[in-house]
Design a binder for this molecule. Structure first.
Ligand SMILES: C[S@@+](CC[C@H](N)C(=O)[O-])C[C@H]1O[C@@H](n2cnc3c(N)ncnc32)[C@H](O)[C@@H]1O
Length: 273
């Protein structure tokens, strides 16, 4: 039987995982490897997700786990929506606010620190919820899916883009997922849609975008190669990064994508009227 101590331990482990994930995505290394948009496909895929969600001017959109605000600012500019972004990382939120100010959309793109599993918003506050490459990192996906449902108005849409994995994966891929602890809990496509359905959503469409993941992994491989050359020439220092291990992991990731063990997908669902 689970004791109070077990419950406290699980909560503290989950808290550590979120902090660890936020810290990883606040680091200069992540920005160096991934650029400003921390998801495969970048803003092109965000635009596609925005169109799938039918975003229009003045729509209230919540970007859950918004990172440094790249998507939220883009949606405020491209679709002229009113966007609220939340992220677990304090520094990410600060960077997102600065970006919105620099791009003169701070009246339409606002940010605050928050947890996807306990959203700091009232029921039915939004027309749409977007969550890119982050659902896979949440320790309690059932709670987050329920929160997406709660903060959406009836008829509102949720759009998720995320890493997908095969049900059974090679030991090598298991090692890779464990290494990047944050994405270790990526689900199968059916797993994601089941989580949304269980929360009350009707799943409208699913699009596989493995090509975007392949492109991102390739970009990381090229950057690691460049970093290796620069460090050998003593023009760059990357303390704390084992370049050899990082290159091996990037190669395993590429093999997993090519074998279809790891993929990327867009999923849109609706809160029924
Ligand atoms: C892969 S990044 C994606 C960032 C952004 N959505 C994008 O596509 O650029 C994952 C983000 O999830 C955030 N995060 C992780 N757990 C979270 C949680 N429980 N609540 C809110 N944000 C969380 C991290 O801080 C990080 O910014």
């Amino acid at each position: 039987m689970a004791t109070n101590n077990d419950t406290i331990r699980v909560r503290s482990d989950q808290g550590q995982l979120k902090t660890c994930c936020a810290t990883l995505y606040e680091s200069d290394l992540t920005r160096f490897l991934l650029g400003d948009s921390f998801h495969p496909g970048g803003l092109q895929l965000t635009s596609e997700l925005g169109r799938m969600l039918g975003l229009r001017p003045a729509r209230r959109v919540l970007d859950v786990a918004c990172g440094k605000g790249t998507t939220a600012v883009f949606l405020a500019k491209e679709f002229r929506c009113e966007v609220f972004g939340i992220d677990f990382g304090e520094q990410n939120v600060a960077a997102a606010r600065s970006l919105a100010q620099a791009d003169h959309v701070d009246s339409r793109a606002q940010f605050e620190r928050g947890d996807a599993e306990n959203l700091p918003f009232a029921d039915a506050a939004f027309d749409a919820v977007i969550c890119e490459c982050a659902f896979c990192t949440f320790p309690n996906k059932v709670a987050s899916a329920r929160e997406f449902f709660r903060v959406l108005r009836r008829g509102g849409h949720v759009g998720i883009s995320d890493l997908t994995r095969e049900r059974t994966v090679s030991t090598e891929l298991d090692g890779l997922l464990a290494w990047i602890a944050c994405i270790g809990d990526a689900q199968t496509l059916d797993g994601y849609t089941a989580l949304l359905r269980d929360a009350g959503f009707t799943v409208d469409s699913v699009k596989q975008r493995n090509d975007a993941l392949e492109e991102m992994v390739n970009q990381v491989r090229v950057k690691l190669l460049g970093a290796e050359i620069m460090t050998k020439l003593k023009k760059l220092q990357l303390p704390g990064l084992d370049l050899g291990a990082a290159k091996r992991m990037a190669n395993s990731a590429m093999a997993a994508v090519k074998q279809g063990q790891l993929g990327y997908a867009l999923i849109c669902a609706t809160k029924p009227d």
